[in-house]
Design a protein around this ligand. Structure first.
Ligand SMILES: Cc1ncc(COP(=O)(O)O)c(C=O)c1O
Length: 432
């Protein structure tokens, strides 16, 4: 029984690990884009376990690849031995990364991937100064929390890095809000120059940024900003790290990686979430001279293990063969256009934003424009009651987030869109 499980969960797991919904649910089976809970209720899943079930649930090609590896009897060998699946996946990722002469290091989580990127960047530059972006989320280790610009997700002030903060691309609030795209790029570049001149000693190791801020509620800067930033960074030899944990693998529809919208190539790129389609797989890919900056033995016991990389290879092959990037663009447009047309004009909707199958709706109090997390929660619960799972995010918890599997069909997009519109309209009426 879910109720019993909830009590047991609360008795034995820490309270800082939140559960979604007034009545938390246990998902017991899944197929395609649909999941079923312990009460037998079926949902269309627009959040995919926080964008991890990137291909969908119970996909035969992925299940069979993992079963083939299981059947060998080798679930794990450690990286002390050659792992064929790992080498193959590294070759594919290096080639797809766009980074010349790339090396790949596999980890189990996005946190560890960013930790590794920060390690090599600080070693390579012999500096522990980092530039990070407000409203970012990069993980839960000390260094990853240290570059996370969101109080709600920073559980400690201890920080091995010295961090200076840049403005995010928020168009709703903050100093750069309501500027045109060109004005925002100019202002953000000026901000970078000023921060470098006033808050650092110049020899900064790297700038780390998400192309679209995931936990931050899918806030993203205008296209081209990263290239404008990179010009300034290059004057100082500062490295650029793109955190593609949420934006990678074609999710934005227009490109394979989020950074490509900016006409720039990062020195380091971190990935996680979707590449394992639920199996724990993450890593960092970077220029050889940077990634080799580890003057000691360093390894991850489980990173890139035979099972997770078997899944990773199957995921990458599947999304390439089915051109899921094109699907994300096509189906994402149905959702984005539909949402903008139906609810974009409501006083309580500050912005419908995002790219491809990474879309957010920000809710505010009409008149004041203050964030409205209560309305967001009502919409979120109404979606669930209507049979749709979505996510929440944003600095103030006032953004509804959609990141469905990239295999979402047009029919499913329309079905989910109708539930979303209904949930937003009915919740907004209650508020009015
Ligand atoms: C952009 C980004 N970076 C890093 C992380 C941390 O990844 P993990 O939870 O796998 O450690 C997340 C997780 O949500 C993320 O969204």
């Amino acid at each position: 029984m879910t109720d019993d499980l909830l009590a047991r969960h609360r008795a034995v797991l820490p309270s800082w690990m939140p559960l979604y919904y007034d009545e938390p649910i246990e998902l017991v089976s899944g197929s395609g884009r649909r999941v079923t809970d312990a009460q037998g209720r079926s949902y269309l899943d627009f959040f995919g376990g926080v964008l991890t079930n990137m291909i969908g649930y119970d996909i035969p090609e992925i299940r069979e690849a993992v079963e083939r590896q299981l059947a060998t009897g080798i679930v794990h060998s450690s990286t002390l031995y050659l792992i064929r699946q790992q080498v193959e996946l590294a070759e594919k990722i290096a080639q797809r990364s766009g980074i010349p002469d790339a090396r790949v290091f596999f980890t189990n989580s996005g946190t560890e991937a960013n930790e590794a990127a920060l390690l090599v960047a600080t070693n390579h530059r012999r500096s522990h100064q980092i530039l990070a972006v407000r409203n970012s989320y990069h993980g839960r280790s000390y260094a990853a929390m240290g570059v996370t610009g969101n109080r709600n997700w920073s559980a400690s002030g201890l920080n091995p890095l010295q961090v200076a903060w840049l403005h995010s691309g928020d168009r709703v609030r903050g100093l750069l809000a309501r500027l045109s795209a060109d004005e925002q790029v100019d202002a953000a570049v000026e901000d970078l120059r000023e921060v470098l001149a006033t808050q650092t000693s110049g020899d900064v190791a790297a700038l780390i940024a998400e192309p679209i801020q995931g936990v931050g509620g899918f806030v993203h800067p205008p296209d081209g900003l990263f290239a404008a930033w990179k010009k300034v960074l290059d004057e100082h030899g500062i490295l650029f790290i793109a955190d593609e944990v949420q934006t990678g693998w074609g999710r934005t529809g227009e490109h394979f990686w989020g950074y490509q919208a900016h006409g720039v190539t990062p020195d380091l790129l971190t990935f996680a979430k979707g590449i394992g389609n639920g199996f724990a797989l993450a890593g960092v890919v970077g220029r050889a001279d940077v990634l080799e900056a580890v003057p000691a033995i360093s390894f991850s016991t489980f990173g890139g293990n035979p099972i997770s990389t078997a899944a990773g290879n199957a995921v990458l092959d599947y999304l390439t063969e089915h051109d899921l990037q094109a699907n994300a663009a096509r189906v994402g447009a149905i959702l984005a256009d539909g949402l903008r047309a139906a609810v974009g004009g409501l006083d309580c909707v500050a912005e419908v934003r995002g790219k491809g199958l990474m879309l957010g709706v920000e809710f505010v109090r009409p008149g004041s424009g203050e964030p409205d997390p209560a309305l967001t929660t009502r919409v979120f619960e109404a979606c669930r009651a209507g049979g749709l799972l979505a996510g929440k995010g944003g600095l103030y918890g006032n953004v509804l987030r959609m990141g469905p599997p990239l295999t979402l069909t047009e029919e499913e997009a329309r079905e989910g869109l109708a539930i979303l519109i209904d949930a937003i309209r009915s919740s907004a009426e209650v508020a009015a």
